[in-house]
Design a binder for this molecule. Sequence first.
Ligand SMILES: [Ca+2]
Ligand SMILES: [Ca+2]
Ligand SMILES: [Ca+2]
Ligand SMILES: [Ca+2]
Length: 441
Amino acid sequence: MHGFPALASLVIAVALVFAPVGAHALPDRTSATLDALVEASGASGSAFDRALALMAAAEGAVGVKATPVDVPVYDTPAEALQAVLDATGADARDAARAAEETLAGLEAPVARALTRTLAAFVAYHHAGSDLDLGGIFGARASLVAAARDLRDAVAAHPAAAQAPALVIPTVLSIDLGSEPNTYTADFALLVDAGGDDVYLNNAGGSSASTYCSVGRPAALLDFGGNDTYGPTKRLCGINGGANLGAGFLLDAAGHDRYFAAGYGGNGGARSGGAGFLLDLEGNDVYEGGDTGTNGGANVGSGFLLDIAGNDTYRARGNGTNGAGHGTGAGFLLDAEGNDTYSAKNRGVNGGAFNAATGFLADLSGDDRYEAGKEGVNGGVSGSSLSGSPALTYGFGLLYDGDGRDVYVDEENASGVDRSAPMKGLAGFQIDHARPKRPESL
Ligand SMILES: [Ca+2]
Ligand SMILES: [Ca+2]
Ligand SMILES: [Ca+2]
Ligand SMILES: [Ca+2]
């Protein structure tokens, strides 16, 4: 996929416009979004840079235009730390004073990058507290860019790994070392620079307690190692998922496993929350429950973005694997690898159920899609909110850009390679099996 030429993406855009999709045509806006996603997947640079390009291109799929946020500028990490305490409303002056000593010992490039990361988190926290979706999208990009610079600074200055971990209960935990950790306590912001870690806490999810009635903005940045997220008995808002509030989980490397049994997990959303999970490398397993998980949404906005590797997405139903349920908007974007998506009924695998939006885009590899019925594999089902016709039922799309793929479900005309059956009331399933090189056209 790297360096995929503009010519090929143009061909795909034209092909989409004329795709035989039955009684209804793919909206132009969606064609343009798919074209932009394919082009962004070939962006040069690191996995971080490709992720940022894909996030920008994804705006059309999510239906939200990102609003650039004002990231505050602080001179020192201690100043930025105070801003984090102010934003989170934490009364932790003693802990903060102790933390300032640790921060003062960091080498200048690491201190600067950490300051910018804390500042980006403050901007994200403000947008997340307001549940301002455009602002949340803008702030996500700032936080991903800041994380990239912090990861690079830590890698270039190995002494940073010797700094003691900085922990302010409930507010933040910053460990720039590479030892494995097991986390059980919740934090609004968690930064872990390396090691095979086990996360048994909120893990960048909005959960503020074991109850689901409270949600808050949270973020987790993990820069290395094969990590395990969950399982826990927590019911909602874990692993970058959101049940109310906003979730954000960035994992930059390793083969990871994400377990989220409850609602609003693994970058999914429920109850009006905004979830986000970005995994940059490795063969990962995403094991979700139901109702807004694995980038799915049940009322709210879910977004799971996996840049590389052969991945497995397993979940039950009601807005899972980039699908929507009950007015939710789910989005799952997998850029590379041979992947398996399996889920049950009512809004799964890019499907939509009850006036929702589902969008699953898998850009390459040999993939397998398994589902049950009612708004699955890009299909739309359920009832509209207003009782009026077709499009108010919602929108579903499963787009597979390449490879030899298998589709299994209990609905009509499940796809085969090079097909584009209409799914349900207003859904699309598009398989391009497009040539890998433009010269073979
Ligand atoms: Ca790790
Ligand atoms: Ca990892
Ligand atoms: Ca992966
Ligand atoms: Ca794939």
